[in-house]
Design a protein around this ligand. Structure first.
Ligand code: 5AD
Ligand code: SF4
Length: 486
């Protein structure tokens, strides 16, 4: 028998696309409200959260875990023993969505052994009308669906799903508010993600994010600086400040700019500061100067170019030309000579010609990125690009993708080889994923290093001598005698 559905809010693309520029977001402090039942709902129960996608989503995953722990649920890595399972999803490409539907199907059998299991799906995917419809129609075992703007309501949603036995749906599609004082379980004890803003107003024609995450809205600088000061006091060595486009920080508040915020973060004195992502269109000179000035702002800039062809860039709505992008790269490299540049590139945008594609190859050869994330264009329902007819077949797109990654890898290896016999500073994160007797961590300019050394250095920044350079990693050993000076 089909269960009743309690629809509190369902997503709506038109609402999500609205941008009322004068409308200020509401700042909600102590945003997670819990009555006595909610505070005790998780006693002797366990939760399992799986997150897909970007760092913003990973940070949401930490908050979801934090809220569940406040309800006394205990974390488990074992799906079989979980009483609450939450899939925190990504919508940026179709592949990510397919994976989630596969996972939802696989998890159905867990309901047979544990009928009290609450199974929830949240994140960017469920901000889309057609996905919620599909879940409601084809995934009867999903009990709870909540959106990116509804995370702080998780206690009451979970309580209702648990006691009512109905399926509960709450996905708000609006420009979004700012929920503060969110509890969280951070994934690491040494490096932390800190949101400085939410949403995106750029509306690149291929991208679903402005619809799933709402309007660009900045957290107040006092709240951000307080969070980072607390992280430093707790012993964190690295923070990565997050936003879909951090360069837009503060524009809505008419307060300080991103460059000024970054400077204040640098002055807190945390050892390593990173930021992501930067849109090339509003990357200011002031920002380049701040990065150059402070040793604790890491010399790595992720600067998504998406395409090296002006016609495609225009169709993507990217607001810059290859010339202005290359000028920006030049300015950055002049002022920050040791900077590592990485990027995102989409291959196979609708009607991309061989010439358009070759312009991307040329740009990659010119810039010589330290590394790049490459994607085959994936049409997203409701975006302008998805309405374009496309005359390029998938075989051609895949061939172009392979040609592009070959060029990127060749340059990357050449770049990595310059580290041979150099000493680099590495923040030791733990053991290598592929070899538990080897340690692993990142250099200041974001190169992954696997190395021999004493595990007592985990959580510290140490000098590592590089012996071997591969395309994606460097290998070496800790110079233990020099550790005290690192
Ligand atoms: N298809 C393929 N790649 C996409 N990206 C965003 N939207 C799409 C899409 N529809 C890529 C962009 C972005 C990165 C996070 O994902 O390169 O920078
Ligand atoms: Fe998507 Fe463009 Fe916004 Fe990045 S800047 S999140 S690609 S719309």
């Amino acid at each position: 028998m089909k269960r009743t559905i309690q629809v509190k809010q369902i997503p709506n693309l038109k609402e999500a696309a609205k941008r009322e520029m004068n409308l200020q977001p509401e700042f909600i402090y102590q945003s997670v409200e819990m009555d006595e039942t909610m505070k005790n709902l998780g006693k002797n129960k366990k939760f399992f959260v799986r997150t897909y996608g970007c760092q913003g989503n990973l940070r949401d995953g930490e908050v979801i875990e934090g809220i569940l722990s406040k309800m006394q649920y205990e974390k488990t890595e074992n799906l079989q023993e979980a009483d609450v399972i939450i899939l925190n999803t990504c919508a940026v490409r179709e592949n990510a969505e397919k994976k989630v539907f596969g996972e939802i199907g696989l998890l159905k059998k867990l309901k047979l052994t544990n009928p009290d299991l609450i199974f929830g799906v949240c994140g960017c995917m469920v901000q889309q009308e057609h996905i919620v419809k599909k879940i409601l129609e084809t995934c009867e075992h999903v009990d709870l669906v909540f959106g990116t703007h509804n995370i702080h309501h998780l206690p009451s949603l979970l309580k209702e799903a648990y006691f009512s036995k109905e399926r509960v749906i709450e996905v708000l599609s609006n420009q979004g508010n700012i929920a503060e004082d969110l509890p969280s379980i951070r994934a690491s004890k040494t490096k932390a993600w800190v949101n400085i803003m939410y949403g995106c107003n750029k509306f690149c024609t291929y991208c679903i994010v402005p619809y799933t995450r709402g309007k660009e809205r900045s957290r107040k600088s006092v709240d951000i600086l307080k969070e980072i000061q607390e992280l430093k006091d707790q012993g964190y060595l690295e923070v990565t400040v997050l936003g879909q486009n951090v360069n837009a920080y503060g524009k809505d508040l008419h307060d300080i700019s991103f460059a000024q915020l970054l400077e204040q973060i640098a002055l807190i004195g945390i050892k390593r500061i990173r930021f992501t992502t930067s849109h090339p269109w509003d990357f200011s000179e002031e920002l380049i100067d701040v990065i150059a000035k402070y040793d604790n702002i890491m010399p790595h800039i992720h600067l998504p170019v998406q395409s090296g062809d002006d016609t495609i860039l225009r169709k993507m709505g990217r607001r810059y030309t290859t010339q202005s992008y290359l000028e920006l790269v030049q300015k950055i490299r002049t002022k920050i000579p040791n900077v590592a540049l990485t990027t995102d590139i989409i291959v196979g945008f609708p009607n991309e010609s061989e010439e358009n594609f070759e312009n991307t190859l040329k740009l990659v050869e010119q810039v010589r990125y330290d590394s790049a994330f490459t994607f085959i264009y994936s049409p997203r329902v409701g975006t302008p690009a998805a309405r374009l007819e496309d005359n390029v077949d998938m075989t051609t797109k895949k061939q172009r993708f392979n040609r592009l990654t070959a060029v990127i890898s060749k340059i990357q290896l050449e770049k990595y080889k310059t580290y041979q016999d150099q000493v680099v500073k590495v923040l030791v994160e733990g053991y290598s994923k592929t070899n538990p007797s080897i340690l692993s961590g990142y250099t200041e300019d974001m190169k992954l290093v696997n190395f021999k050394g004493n595990p007592e250095f985990i959580g510290k920044i140490v000098p590592v001598l590089i012996h071997k350079c591969k395309t994606f990693t460097l290998e070496g050993e800790i110079l233990e005698t020099r550790c005290a000076q690192a």
